[in-house]
Write a protein that binds this ligand. Structure first.
Ligand code: 5AD
Length: 350
C-alpha cells in the first residue's frame, strides 16, 4: 500500500485499478501518511494560506429535481426566496467591510435571474469593489449566457460534476444530461473562467470504482477549484432513508484529489462542518485550502437547505468570520482575505 501512495506522491496519478486497490486496503497508518502528503502538496503551491470567500445564497428557487437536494423543485416544504439586487449588493458591502475580496453568488437554477439582471449585478459589484473576485454558482446555462456574464466581469464559476459515472449521474438527476453537464464545464473553461468541479461522497449506489472515476475525471479536466463534500440525506427528498457519506471517507477523497490535482483550490465544505464540529479543520489538514463563510442575510439562511442541520445559519457574518478565522489559525494555517486566484492566474491589478 505504501508503494501506491509513494507512486501517487511522485506521479500525481494512479490508474483506476490502482485507485480502487488503494482505497479498499487503506489502513489507519496509510491514511495518516496520505493526509500528511496532501497537506505538504498543497503547501508547494499555496503555502499555509487559507483563502476566504464570502458566500451569498441569493435564490433558493430551482427548476431541477436532483434526488439528493433539499431545494429540488418538487419539495413543497421549501420557503422560496429571491434576494433583490440591492440585498445582494448589501451582502457584498457587509463582506467587503469585513475584509472579503472574493464573493460567491450561489442559487438554485433560477431562470428569473436572466443574463441581463445578473450582468447588472456583476457590473455593480465590480464597480463598487474593483479589487474583488466574483464567482458564480448558478447551474447550467448556454454558452452565450456564460459568455455575457464573463464579459460583465465574473471571474470564476462553480459547477460540480456531482459524479463522473454516467449511470449514477442519471439515476440521481431525472431529466438532466450527463453530457451537457460535462460540456458546460468545458465551455466555461474555454471562455476563460477559473472553473470549479467536484463531487459528493457517499451517494447511494456509489462504489470505489465510481470514486476512482471522479479522480480520473478531475485529473483530465484540471479544474482550478475542486469541491468535495459528504452527501447528507434530506428528509424531504426521495433519498431520505439513504445512509450518506462520512467525514472520514470524504477526507480520503479530498486528500486524493489534492494529490491528483496539486494546484487546485479546494474548499473545506460546510457539509463537513455539519457532520463534525471540526470537520472543516480536518479537511484543511487533508489538503483543503478554501473556506466559504456565509454572507446571506440571517432571515434567509435557514431557507437555503441543500441538506438539514446546516451550520452557521444563525450567525452574524462578522461572527462567522471570527469563528472560522480562529479555527483556521489554531489549525496552523494563515488567513488570506484577498481575491485568492488560482496560482496560474496572476491577480489583476485593480
Ligand atoms: N448533501 C450534501 N451536498 C449536497 N449538495 C446538494 N444537496 C446535497 C446534500 N443533500 C451539493 C451538490 C451541489 C452543491 C451546491 O451542494 O454537490 O452541487
Amino acid at each position: 500500500m505504501g508503494d501506491l501512495l509513494s507512486k501517487l506522491g511522485e506521479q500525481n496519478f494512479l490508474n483506476k485499478e490502482e485507485i480502487v486497490h488503494f482505497l479498499s486496503h487503506l489502513t489507519a497508518e496509510t491514511k495518516t501518511r496520505l493526509f500528511r502528503m496532501a497537506d505538504e502538496t498543497r503547501q508547494l503551491h499555496y503555502s499555509k494560506s487559507v483563502y476566504m470567500r464570502g458566500l451569498i445564497e441569493f435564490s433558493n428557487y430551482c427548476r431541477r429535481d436532483c434526488m439528493y437536494c433539499g431545494l429540488r423543485k418538487s419539495n413543497p416544504k421549501v420557503d422560496r426566496y429571491r434576494l433583490t439586487e440591492d440585498e445582494i449588493l448589501m451582502c457584498c458591502e457587509e463582506g467587503y467591510a469585513l475584509g472579503y475580496r472574493s464573493f460567491v453568488l450561489q442559487s438554485g437554477e433560477d431562470f428569473t435571474f436572466t443574463s441581463r439582471i445578473l450582468t447588472r449585478i456583476i457590473q455593480e459589484i465590480k464597480r463598487r469593489f474593483p479589487d474583488s473576485a466574483v464567482t458564480l454558482s448558478i447551474g447550467e446555462r448556454d454558452e452565450e449566457f456564460y459568455r455575457k456574464l464573463y464579459e460583465a466581469g465574473a471571474d470564476r464559476f462553480l459547477l460540480r460534476h456531482e459524479t463522473a459515472s454516467r449511470s449514477l449521474y442519471e439515476s440521481l438527476h431525472p431529466s438532466m444530461s450527463y453530457d451537457n453537464r460535462i460540456e458546460c464545464l468545458h465551455t466555461l473553461k474555454r471562455i476563460g473562467y477559473q472553473v470549479g468541479a467536484g463531487f459528493m461522497v457517499g451517494l447511494p449506489g456509489q462504489t470505489l470504482e465510481h470514486l476512482a472515476e471522479d479522480l480520473l475525471f478531475l485529473k483530465d479536466l484540471h479544474p482550478e477549484m475542486i469541491g468535495i463534500g459528504p452527501f447528507i440525506p434530506h428528509s424531504a427528498t426521495p433519498l431520505r432513508e439513504a445512509t450518506g457519506g462520512t467525514v472520514e471517507d470524504t477526507l480520503v477523497m479530498i486528500a486524493m484529489a489534492r494529490l491528483f490535482v496539486p494546484d487546485a483550490l479546494m474548499p473545506a465544505t460546510t457539509a463537513m462542518g455539519t457532520l463534525d464540529p471540526i470537520g472543516r479543520e480536518k479537511a484543511l489538514s487533508a489538503g483543503a485550502n478554501v473556506v466559504m463563510p456565509i454572507l446571506s442575510p440571517l432571515s434567509v439562511r435557514e431557507k437555503y437547505a441543500l441538506y438539514e442541520n446546516k451550520i452557521c445559519t444563525g450567525d452574524e457574518s462578522a461572527h462567522c468570520r471570527h469563528c472560522i478565522e480562529m479555527r483556521i489559525v489554531s489549525s496552523g494555517y494563515r488567513i488570506d482575505l484577498g481575491r485568492g486566484d488560482h496560482c496560474s492566474y496572476p491577480s489583476p491589478v485593480a
